[in-house]
Design a protein around this ligand. Structure first.
Ligand code: ZN
Length: 203
């Protein structure tokens, strides 16, 4: 399986990164080795000194598809979850400045945190999913999918022109404003509505 991540899908986050709002979905990939094994802490990697959390709504693909039309995109997923797209912000800045690929900053081991249980999409209003992330009990990010620049269906239609989607692939839909650093000893908790989706220790 693979992980497809969308960059800058909320105008407020694009703004905080001093980046323009994209005209089409920006995507990048993480390998399956990026998934943090369940119920394990995240160990702060030694190649960065500016590790950032990015709390994101995630979607599990449940059907093989290529060149999916937007109209039928909703038939390619049933489950919604919450994840963290960990980013080595210092390495990402270096990659951006030098025009290099982002993998060192985004695709490293443990950089994709997935919730343990997904929620059936029938239980959610996909156009108004509220979610938030706390760090040591304090809310640091809050989002609502009504603020998406590109909807899940638009993303699926766009990405599947280039990359075949397979059963089990995970789509990270982008992060809202409020990204920030973590340090060893922090606890991160992600919520959809008031439902806790994950708790993660940074060691
Ligand atoms: Zn992200």
């Amino acid at each position: 399986m693979k992980i497809i991540c969308i960059g800058r899908n909320y105008a407020d986050h694009a703004k905080e990164m001093n980046a323009p709002t994209p005209e089409f979905p920006l995507f990048f990939l993480k390998p399956d080795s990026a998934i943090l094994p369940k119920r394990t802490p995240f160990y702060y990697p030694n190649f960065t000194t500016d590790l950032h959390y990015e709390c994101e709504v995630i979607v599990r693909i449940n059907k093989l598809g290529k060149n999916i039309s937007e109209k039928f995109a909703h038939t390619y997923y049933d489950e919604i979850g919450l994840g963290i797209d960990f980013t080595a912000r210092d390495l990402q800045e270096e990659c951006k400045t030098k025009g290099l690929p982002w993998e060192r900053a985004k695709a490293f081991d443990g950089s994709a945190v997935l919730c343990e249980h997904f929620i059936s999409k029938s239980e959610l209003d996909l156009e108004a999913i509220t979610f938030h992330l706390t760090k040591n009990g304090k809310v640091v990010q809050q989002g609502n999918t009504k603020d998406f620049i590109f909807s899940i269906d638009t993303i699926i239609a766009y990405v599947s022109q280039f990359v075949t989607l397979k059963i089990g692939d995970i789509l990270f839909t982008g992060t809202p404003a409020g990204v920030g650093p973590v340090t060893i000893g922090d606890t991160l908790q992600g919520f959809i509505g008031e439902k806790e989706m994950y708790t993660l220790q940074i060691k």
